[in-house]
Design a protein around this ligand. Sequence first.
Ligand code: NAD
Length: 415
Amino acid sequence: MSVFTNAMQQLDRATTFARLDPFTLERMHRPERIIDVEFPVVMDDGTVKFFHGYRVQWNDARGPFKGGIRFHSQVEMDEVKALAFWMTIKCAVVNIPYGGGKGGVTVDPKKLSKSELERLTRAFTRAIADVIGSDKDVPAPDVNTNPEIMDWLADEYAHALGHQDLAVVTGKSLAHGGSEGRGTATGQGAFYVFEAYRSALNLGASLRIAVQGFGNAGQSIADLLQRAGHKIVALSDSNGAIFSKEGIDIQAAKKYKAKKGVLAGFPGSESKTQEELLTCDCDVLVPSALENQLTASIAPNVKAKLILEIANGPTTPEADIEFFKRRITVVPDVLANAGGVATSYFEWVQNKKQEHWSEPEVFEKLERLMAEASKAVRQTAGKYQVTERQAAFILAIERVAEAERARNQIEVSAN
Ligand code: NAD
């Protein structure tokens, strides 16, 4: 099943409960605008190469389109459309005043020199300059893009515009209008969601946790969970998993991974396969690596009582059904990993108001926002007797529908 088909099926499942008017239902199945550009870049050897870039603007009923830009050799339209749709849902779940969008360039950035990468970013920015803007469409980093690339985008946009508009993009460096806390915001936000569910489900104060993926998001959530008194019994990276009943020291594991490049061989741990990590004896499983990890064949053997989806799309629809039957709570990606976009919103507000907030101020706001979103999803799940994922979709779609009704009286009432 293509990623876009999967996204539309999730929408259809949720709308059987949310009962949308026909106009909004149609609207939610279609992007508002698709931008497809071919743009030239001068390479270091003086030759000119053309690159293909996209920006999909799914829905802006609740506010400017919002979503990352990825640089990857496999970027294609279907994927960008699905991601833009999910951003619409994610922003509505955490109730920030944005719609959803996503963009990308089909390129392997590892094959470019730094100056080629900068020229490519600037050329792509010029190609989409007409359709982005701090009140129109606000990009951010995604796969293979980072604060430095966002700084180039903001600078090139300022040239096109004739003046600064720092809030045109989030995820910038601190020196160029970025927000305190953005680097660890996804893990931090996931931790607040975890705390909300831990207490609602009475899971106890000291849990055994397995974390798949030890990158940006995986490292920060593992660190926060350990500091809160839980035991990280398993960790993995793309090379394989490590396991220790006594618990893995996350600070030491970070140093080991930074030095050796892999987790394998971490002192005092046993080696395991990825599948053994996913099915190990633990209370909480935190997939923080890739999509489609929890499949129909793995789901029956999962022992965790709670799954916190930090990765985007780690659970297949078949596995979701199995978890529902087995009463395993799955906190969906659109809630669990929304701390990143929520902190992007805080960056945007700071830029707009020309303010600079301290990290504790940012995290205090983030905690409130994530706790409220978790409560709203739980209440919706209770009201409709559905899974947390269905509840998050219903909540988001109801919020988007309300905004559509408010701005489209004529079209909606005509149906
Ligand atoms: P990252 O590239 O920093 O880290 C990914 C980690 O996953 C690495 O440790 C890598 O070794 C590991 N990995 C790769 N293949 C694996 C495999 N087959 N099995 C186990 N581990 C594997 O990426 P990240 O920024 O931490 O993002 C991780 C996930 O979280 C992605 O799905 C991403 O879309 C999602 N996410 C991240 C953010 C963020 O702010 N970083 C925000 C929202 C969602």
